[in-house]
Design a protein around this ligand. Structure first.
Ligand code: UDP
Length: 491
């Protein structure tokens, strides 16, 4: 059988949209780049429900093989269908992380079966939360790479914080230096995600990360969905700290079509067509898009302040509204119940409320979008910058504050932080002022727009490939980009 001689690449993401989406993008990208490799197979591993969902809607052109490993959430005290974070309250995410380590044995059995059948995979690409995949690969002599959907800088800060616990005794008002970033990088305590601030080495997050991160040294390297030109500090950090290879190959992004396969089935609000039809009625660069990613949400008082800001800004907007912090994400959801009285009437025609999930990539690629109020999840950032859309940052968790910092700083400069965390005090009037600063005819607004445009050009150059080779206006041969070259090196 031809497949028996296949060059098999195994790709294995953690079960959350922010991980499945970039892994799927990477799988499809590798497939397109490696089509000349004889008998190449790319196997995408997942759990039964996630695989069933992907199977029903992958692009017909792909030969990607989907394989599921047994996983029963209820064995781990999770709701029976909680195979990913889509419908999981945020505090249960850490339980899903612990539960995911039960995939280790079936994963090892799968690899052992391949090795003993003479079909040793070319390589395994595992998630930043699946350090154990590196340990198994080292044991079986299989090349392993971690794939990070997070930025180099964000992940470097996040890694450094976890391996240098605890941080909880730091006074609220004080800035301190990250142990591994002595120069020029004081961090304010409010930038620490709550799970890190509360971690003491014995809690569920600490225990998970201690085992997870210590296994990374067993990997052969780390692939980053980022661009070396604006994210070199974090990349160097991992080269030095872990002594592994590092490749910045991004951004790899899912096309709108493939992306529909990852849309959560539950509670998807306005469909892609409705959002795009609405945007089509708006002038170029006039709309603010507001979304906090696939897992995060803001508090009920924050929703009120944000609504006030959006209403008084006079700007057109799309807001992806999710149940506020502390409320059942699965329950029937009436967005109006969390918004000021008469809000929907007042913003009619000017604001589109989308419940729970919007076609984000398509929205950000639409010419009517002027700016993005985001939690600074790295996928969201890449999707925005690839379209030259400037950012208003409201980081909430994980490495998002550090992404915001990378984006605000000299390297990118296309972001202004408007709020921080779930516990911060946010006033509608201040938010309105920042929205006006970013979207209006202000000096900072103009600068952000021009820096976002520069970032878009940087991304375009970094991802320039052989297939795109042509001459520029001056007849000069354009060079292949850094991300395309890094992917070659990896291959
Ligand atoms: N996403 C989307 N629609 C939504 C919310 C999120 O398509 O309403 C997608 C978004 O385009 C991105 C991913 O989900 O690709 C979220 O990843 P990110 O790293 O931004 O944040 P996370 O959800 O991991 O916190």
């Amino acid at each position: 059988m031809e497949e028996d001689q296949a060059n098999n690449i195994i790709i294995f993401p953690f079960m959350a949209q922010g991980h499945i989406i970039p892994f799927l993008a990477l799988a499809l990208h590798l497939e397109s780049k490696l089509e000349r490799l004889p008998n190449l197979t790319i196997t995408f591993l997942g759990t039964p429900l996630n695989v069933a969902k992907l199977r029903s809607s992958l692009p017909p052109s792909t030969a990607l093989r989907l394989v599921n490993l047994p996983f029963r959430p209820s064995d781990h005290g999770l709701p029976p269908d909680a195979e990913n974070t889509d419908a999981l309250p945020y505090p249960l995410v850490v339980r899903l992380l612990h539960a995911s380590t039960s995939l280790r044995d079936p994963f090892r059995d799968l690899l052992l079966g391949l090795v003993s059948g003479g079909r040793k995979p070319l390589c395994v690409i595992g998630d930043i939360f699946f350090g154990w995949t590196a340990t198994v690969c080292r044991e079986l002599g299989i090349f392993h790479a971690v794939f990070s959907g997070a930025s180099g800088f964000g992940l470097a800060c996040y890694y450094s914080l976890w391996v240098n616990l605890p941080h909880r005794k730091k006074p609220e008002s004080v800035e301190f230096s990250l142990p591994d970033f002595q120069e020029g990088s004081p961090v304010h305590v409010s930038q620490l995600p709550m799970n890190i601030l509360e971690a003491d080495g014995t809690d569920l997050w600490s225990l998970f990360q201690a085992a997870n991160l210590s296994a990374w040294v067993e990997s052969n390297g780390i692939l980053f969905n980022t661009v070396a030109e604006f994210d070199s500090v974090g990349l160097s950090y991992f080269r030095q700290k872990l002594g592994v290879e590092v490749w910045a190959v991004g951004p790899v992004l899912l096309s709108a079509k493939s992306r529909r396969s990852t849309t959560p089935s539950r509670g998807a609000g306005a469909g892609p067509d409705q959002c795009i039809a609405w945007l089509d009625t708006k002038p170029p660069k006039s709309v603010l898009y507001v979304s906090f990613g696939s897992m995060n949400t803001i508090t009920a008082p924050h929703m009120m302040e944000l609504a006030t800001a959006l209403e008084s800004s006079g700007r057109d907007f799309i807001w992806v509204v999710r149940p506020p912090v502390g409320h059942d994400i699965n329950a029937e959801f009436d967005a109006g119940a969390w918004l000021p009285e008469g809000f929907e009437r007042k913003i009619a025609g000017r604001g589109l409320l989308v419940e729970r999930w919007a076609p984000q990539a398509e929205i950000l690629a639409h010419g009517a979008v002027a700016a993005f109020l985001t939690h600074c999840g790295w996928n969201s950032v890449l999707e925005a910058l690839s379209n030259g859309v400037p950012l208003l940052g409201w980081p909430m968790a994980a490495e998002q504050s550090f992404n915001a910092r990378l984006l605000e700083g000299g390297g990118v400069g296309a972001c202004v932080e408007v709020a921080r965390g779930r516990r911060c005090e946010v006033r509608g009037e201040e938010l309105r002022e920042k929205i006006e600063m970013a979207m209006g005819d202000t000096e900072r607004g103009r600068e952000m727009r021009s820096r976002a445009e520069e970032a878009r050009e940087m991304i375009q150059s970094a991802t320039r490939d052989d297939d795109d080779d042509d001459d520029d206006a001056g007849g000069q041969r354009r060079k292949r980009g850094s991300s395309a070259r890094a992917l070659d090196e990896f291959i």
